[in-house]
Design a protein around this ligand. Sequence first.
Ligand code: PMP
Length: 372
Amino acid sequence: MGAVGSEGGDVARAAPAVRPDLVALSGYHSAQVDVSVRLNTNESPLPPPPEWLAELTASVGAVEFHRYPDRQALALRTALGASHGVGPEQIFCANGSNEVLQCLLLAYGGPERQAAIFEPTYTLHAHIARITGTEVAAGSRSSDFALDLEEVARVMGECEPMLTFLCSPNNPTGRADTPEQVAATVALAPGLVVVDEAYGQFAPASALDLRSPDDGRVTDPERIAVVRTFSKTWSMAGARLGYLVADPAVVEACELVALPYHLSAMTQLAGLLALGYVEAMESRMALVTSERDRIAKVLAMLPVTSWPSDANFLLFRPESKDAFTVWSDLVASSVLVRDCSSWPGLTGCLRVTVGLPEENDLFLAALTESLR
Ligand code: PMP
């Protein structure tokens, strides 16, 4: 029923205005274009092992769909913890690592609190921060996109962030931060240092090592929280499963803000069974890294600037043509890459996800043609 006006009749009401601080935010969307080669969202080009799918299919019948799932996701957290040598109290699971990031920001961010980021980096860190009403303190990476510790010190001198986000390997620039850089950031930052390792399995080192009680490079390792996902190396972007490895107090804080039963029984089952296929997942990574290095070699011969990558994607900047024209040429050849040219610090840049060998061939042929 509509509202009753002063004359007694119904008057239509406009939809309420959204929060004014959200109005300026544009969504984080990768263009959805109908193409045959999709190299724009850093997924695994290969599906999960068929044995995993068969086991999942066989196990679905035992799921009690009329009941809520295990709210603690204890079996999954225990198995994940064991794979990292920690107990379930140090693991928090959610619907993709984006939901983990959101929970961290809900728990530790919010009005009158700050989160520090170093751009260019994964744009959702700042985006989710703003959605949760957290002020973003943005510093810059250096001109070669490495983490610049003087800049980290400068930002920490200007604010007291509850959360400092690093992304290693950094999306979209590709390189991993060294453990020494992460340790130095922990020493400079006052709050929790969140290391987003969505592509961590591709990297030479992990911030997880710094958390180990006998590592010793960080005096207070409980201030390091590492975020991981099943969306990339695990070939399970469609399952939506990510997790946090952190101090039990941080895990409890995330549980406080997560919705009850947020992680479905299917997601828990899919993740638990996947942990039985570590070798199959790792063999996929070998294909991706060799293809990545092959693409990098071809890029080096084209009129583009490209950057080394420790992940499953490569950032490059066409030098003879503007980025949007090249992006459009690629789309016309049915190849979709990510246009990062409007992201902070990335003028003129495009990012390509490593695909199957034949997809990469199509990308390289289309790019060569565009730049001819
Ligand atoms: N962190 C980084 C750095 C990413 O690139 C992505 C995916 N684009 C995510 C987190 C989110 O991944 P998901 O929610 O699928 O786990």
